[in-house]
Ligand binder design. Structure first.
Ligand code: HEG
Length: 147
């Protein structure tokens, strides 16, 4: 099990309490689809993804970006049982959605970049270290039910 220090816990709680999900979620997901275009294949039913502008203004993508952040919220609230918390979501991504688990890392990296851009100088190495550890734990948990 991943161990969290008090400082890491408060950093993670602090980052998420300051996040505007409706802004950050859509930006992180659309960035992932633009930077890594092969990730678009899972969103064929989401409408126009023709170019970067279309992706950034697609309301279905925006809504899904918000949904992903709410999904992360569950890990923030269950820091000591992230693996269990995501067991079902991992099965869904594996068996129903057939999402390649490498993509979790790509989306996590895009989220880091968007959060870093938003926080500016406040995104110190210490804050980044805790955030990367959190995201790595999430990525690992989401990839857990693949076989
Ligand atoms: Mg996934 C559905 C969370 C990465 C593609 N994703 C969902 C749902 C949640 C979620 C909460 C809704 C589940 C439900 O309906 O019960 N996703 C989530 C997280 C992360 C992630 C927390 C990683 C940080 N997802 C991810 C990636 C892809 C992807 C990288 C593809 C590149 N997710 C995906 C698709 C759906 C979900 C295609 C179904 C969307 C729909 O049809 O509405």
């Amino acid at each position: 099990m991943v161990e969290w220090s008090d400082s890491e816990r408060s950093i993670i709680a602090g980052i998420f309490s300051g996040l505007d999900y409706n802004d950050i979620g859509p930006k992180a997901l659309s960035r992932c689809l633009i930077v890594y275009p092969w990730t678009q294949r899972y969103f064929g039913a989401f409408g126009n993804l023709f170019n970067a502008e279309a992706i950034k203004t697609n309301p279905n993508i925006a809504a899904h970006g918000v949904k992903v952040l709410h999904g992360l919220d569950r890990a923030v609230k269950n820091m000591d049982s992230i693996k269990e918390t995501y067991a079902e979501l991992s099965v869904l991504h594996s068996e129903k959605l057939h999402v390649d688990p490498d993509n979790f890392k790509l989306l996590a990296d895009c989220l880091s970049i968007v959060v870093a851009g938003k926080m500016g100088n406040a995104f110190t190495p210490e804050i980044q270290a805790a955030f990367q550890k959190f995201l790595a734990t999430v990525v690992s948990a989401l990839g857990r039910q693949y076989h």
